[in-house]
Design a protein around this ligand. Structure first.
Ligand code: PGA
Length: 244
């Protein structure tokens, strides 16, 4: 299966900055065999990415409405993302869960809406520090996963992101990532049977050029969701090189 390097810009880069980033990438980018690259950008940046990214690089949104269309001021529909050229969308990022009170049921509804419009949902799960310290990270994350995949088809990516490792510089060890990725694979088998083997499970949380190869070298880790190190083109190229 192809490794997925998914770049989560979060609320960074204006459309002008997105265009410069894409132009810089175009001058230096050489595809890494076996690696898919996807840029997950603010919705306003998507047309700059559509026009300026090198061929073969996917892009998508960071959130999507659970509704098809209508009176939901401020929301972005899956059909809008699709029409802008997106092929994927992040749902249930811990920052959405925390600051926008998204529940597992909300996340599942968004993932279903994405799939209904031909977008690949990247469903995020992961525990807080207190849960990890109590040693409950495996059952808690699997419960979150089951709730977030309710009624969701197998055409999905799962990102395990322990909240305590996001933007903190504290990376989970590669073995920590594998522990959860293997547990997630088991839960995916229960839900999807043999199709679970084709579902990519990513790790996210302080991934950078120096640690990506070890993390993505684990048998159940099929890529990374990267925040901070996604913003500068040299870091992205460094991660691609590390995966070669
Ligand atoms: P980080 O963010 O790489 O800056 O830790 C990861 C994420 O939140 O997806």
């Amino acid at each position: 299966m192809q490794t997925l390097l998914a770049l989560n810009w979060k609320m960074n880069k204006t459309p002008t900055e997105a265009r410069s980033w894409a132009e810089e990438l175009t001058t230096k980018y050489a595809p890494a065999e076996g690696v898919d690259l996807a840029v997950l950008a603010p919705a306003l940046d998507l047309s700059a990415l559509a026009a300026n990214l090198p061929a073969g690089i996917a892009f998508g949104g960071q959130d999507v409405s659970a509704h098809e269309s209508g009176a939901y001021t401020g929301e972005i529909s899956a059909a809008m993302l699709k029409d802008a050229g997106a092929s994927c969308v992040v749902v249930g990022h811990s920052e959405r869960r925390e600051y926008h009170d998204e529940s597992d049921a909300d996340v599942a509804a968004k993932a279903r809406q994405a799939q209904a419009n031909g977008l690949l949902p990247i469903v995020c799960v992961g525990e807080n520090l207190d849960v990890r310290e109590r040693g409950e990270h495996v059952p808690q994350t699997l419960a979150q996963l089951r709730g977030s995949l309710e009624g969701v088809g197998a055409d999905v990516v799962v990102a395990y992101e322990p909240v305590w490792a996001i933007g903190t510089g504290k990376t989970a060890t590669a073995d920590d990532a594998e522990e959860l990725a293997a547990a997630i694979r088991g839960a995916l088998r229960e839900q999807y049977g043999a199709r679970a083997e084709g579902i990519r499970v990513l790790y996210g949380g302080s991934v950078k050029p120096e640690n990506i190869a070890e993390i993505c070298g684990k048998p159940n880790v099929n890529g990374a969701l990267v925040g901070g190190a996604s913003l500068k083109v040299p870091d992205v190229l460094g991660m691609l090189d590390a995966l070669r």
